[in-house]
Ligand binder design. Structure first.
Ligand code: MN
Length: 137
């Protein structure tokens, strides 16, 4: 891990891949793990209706909502509304999804750690509209 400042303009913003996300989602890598650190930090912007597929993280994940209003669901639990300033703690290997609200964008920081194989997430099937459109708890 070398000392440095990664300047705002030097980071790439990419369209999040359609095989792991529904809708228009932008992904910016804030920091990607450099040994011995396994931390990765991403800023993810979901347009209204945009969300991740169902997925898990081997060593869990922390979300910090920067702006907007969104949705989050742990499998078997009600959909929760999440708003700017909220921190979401997601346990290791818990099936879940996160994204915008149907009628609002949402931007969050996502903090996770790579596992021994270098994977930060295991991606599963898309969240269908019936699950996504549930009224939040
Ligand atoms: Mn996640």
């Amino acid at each position: 891990m070398e000392p440095k400042i990664i300047r705002a303009g030097d980071r790439q913003t990419k369209i999040a891949p359609a095989h792991n996300f529904v809708g228009q989602v932008l992904h910016e890598s804030v920091f990607a793990e450099e040994a011995p650190s396994r931390l990765r930090v991403s800023r993810v912007t979901f347009t209204p209706g945009g969300r991740t597929n169902w997925h898990t993280h081997a060593v869990g994940q922390i979300l910090y909502v920067l702006s907007g209003s969104g949705r989050y669901q742990l499998e078997g639990q009600p959909v929760e509304e999440i708003n700017a300033g909220d921190t979401v703690v997601i346990p290791p290997n818990a099936r879940h999804w996160h994204g915008a609200a149907p009628d609002s964008m949402m931007c969050h920081l996502a903090l996770s750690e790579a596992d021994d194989q270098g994977n930060g997430a295991t991606w599963l099937e898309p969240v269908d509209d019936k699950d996504f459109m549930q009224e939040p708890a």
